[in-house]
Design a protein around this ligand. Structure first.
Ligand code: FAD
Length: 473
């Protein structure tokens, strides 16, 4: 009997749990992807880099599956209707997929499984995108971890070679079934989307090339990772998000290496799993503070706050590093991790705007957008999360800039109007004397905005905001 593998955030043809299980158990295995209108219709723009990334990655996946005698069936519609319909058409007995831990995906998969069951078809799903999932790593009292370091230590104590081993595909590729006639990948325009320029090469080949390049830098990762002007990080997040790389191959490689660089990078991969298990075990974080008392925080609202929010979105806060960060996001779909922390802290603690507004803005623009990591990162910065930045520790956007972009190299790349500002003033250009501003053609308030808030005053407001909660509880 035949089976169907439903690809989602696992767009590769190697080390793939669902594909491997299907091929080992069935003589004929079809492969499918659905451009899910439940997701696509909710996107605010028809120019979405993620849709372009997925489309290009699917083209490569389809070509590689065809080389092996298979191919990809691509549908456009509601996944929860398309998958049961396709399973019936192909007369498969089982549909295979990999786990997704987002609440909406879990609900969708439950509906798909029920609908398949009504037709006598089995739905089977597997752990694939993480080394440890759900409730696999628990505290001694059997609870999910809410603090990172003990979670990481437990993760490192638990990991065995078998957890990092690949799910074989190539050995069983003879079982791949070729798609029915006419099931080609539709053009992006047929899906109603425009093709976007991608600064990250998509597909398995793009992931492979980035990883190859990063292996030459991984030993310096711990020292270079915080400097946005330096090529210190791996830039693999989008590939990890869409599964064009294998987490087992990456984590296994980092785990086998010695040295502070590889250790620190593995630790970031563990943060990724920490937030995934957090989302699975505490789905209320999607809309609420992890710590419920922080839902009562009084955030700034109204027209003045809306204007500040717009300025933040567009990179015109008057704080150069924050503006460079926001403009990097708009221009490329990426933002360096240090800058995500600085920018999120600025929105929530300097502008006093609700973390959910920032989280949703990032969700709209990040190519690597991942609900678990984004929500975790925002709640960390806003101090509403588990193991978050303590609320009384407030990033100073000028000090952060001096420390992590000392010569303003990154700032100048994204905020060209500050190009001529001397290094000494690049972090706080309003401190230049008016005559100096005139001389270099960068007048604050005309060529570049004046600071939208005063940091010292904003800091006091934030401390008061949090203290009010403490006295209420
Ligand atoms: P590297 O430094 O090379 O790290 C390797 C991998 O580890 C990353 O690709 C990522 O998968 C994982 N990782 C690293 N840091 C974190 C972290 N703090 N939390 C979870 N996973 C991590 N990451 C996303 O993948 N998607 C998001 O939507 C996202 N939103 C964020 C929002 C905020 C406010 C903050 C503070 C962080 C967010 N992160 C998010 C985490 C982190 O900023 C990015 O993963 C990282 O910048 C991606 O670059 P890289 O691949 O070069 O990372």
């Amino acid at each position: 009997p035949a089976a169907l593998v439903w690809f989602r955030r696992d767009l590769r043809d190697f080390d793939h749990a669902a594909l491997s299980h299907a091929l080992q158990a069935h003589a004929r295995v079809f492969c499918a992807f659905v451009f899910d209108t439940d997701i696509l219709d909710a996107l605010p723009s028809r120019q979405d880099r993620r849709v372009s990334f997925i489309h290009a990655s699917l083209a490569e996946l389809d070509a590689r599956l065809r080389e092996k005698g298979g191919g990809l069936i691509v549908r456009h519609g509601r996944a929860e209707e398309e998958i049961p319909r396709l399973a019936n058409e192909l007369k498969v007995v089982t549909v295979f997929a990999n786990h997704d831990y987002e609440p909406a995906a879990i609900a969708r998969d439950t509906r798909v499984a029920n609908s398949l069951k009504d037709n006598g078809i089995v739905f089977r799903s597997f752990k694939d995108q993480v080394i440890f999932e759900r409730r696999e790593i628990l505290t001694q009292s059997g609870k999910p971890f809410g603090v990172f370091t003990p979670y990481k230590n437990a993760w490192l104590r638990s990991v065995q070679p078998r957890d990092l081993g690949a799910w074989p595909v190539a050995d069983f590729a003879g079982h791949l079934a070729s798609p029915p006639e006419g099931s080609h990948l539709p053009a992006l325009s047929a899906l109603g989307f425009e093709t976007c320029d991608l600064r990250v090469a998509p597909g398995m080949s793009g992931g492979e090339a980035l990883w190859e390049a990063f292996t030459g830098r991984i030993n310096q990762y711990h020292a270079a990772r915080d400097f946005p002007a330096v090529k210190g990080v791996s830039y693999l997040s989008t590939h990890l998000r869409f599964g064009t790389v294998s987490i087992r191959a990456l984590a296994g490689n980092a785990h086998a290496r010695s040295g502070a660089g590889a250790e620190s990078w593995l630790s970031e991969l563990i943060w990724r799993e920490f937030y995934q298990q957090l989302l699975f075990n505490h789905p209320h974080v999607v809309e609420h503070a992890y710590k419920p008392e922080f839902d009562a925080l009084h955030w700034e609202q109204g027209p003045a706050a809306d204007a500040l929010f717009d300025a933040w979105c567009e990179g015109r806060t008057g704080y150069p590093l924050v503006d460079a960060a926001q403009r990097q996001l708009l221009a490329s779909g990426f933002m360096h991790n240090r800058l995500r922390m600085v920018s999120a802290s600025f929105l929530t603690k300097d502008l006093g705007i609700h973390w959910l507004r920032g989280e949703r803005f990032f969700a709209q623009w990040l190519l690597d957008y991942d609900l678990a990591a984004n929500n975790g990162g925002w709640q960390w910065a806003a101090s509403t999360g588990c193991d978050a930045q303590p609320w009384f520790r407030i990033f100073n956007p000028i000090t952060q800039s001096e420390k992590f972009d000392p010569q303003g190299k990154f700032i100048r790349r994204y905020v060209p109007e500050l190009a001529a500002v001397p290094d000494k003033f690049i972090h706080a250009p309003w401190k230049l004397k008016p005559a100096e501003q005139n001389a270099i053609g960068c007048v604050i308030g005309r060529h570049y905005p004046a600071p939208s808030v005063d940091h010292a005053t904003a800091r006091e407001h934030t401390l008061a905001r949090f203290k009010a909660i403490r006295s209420e509880h």
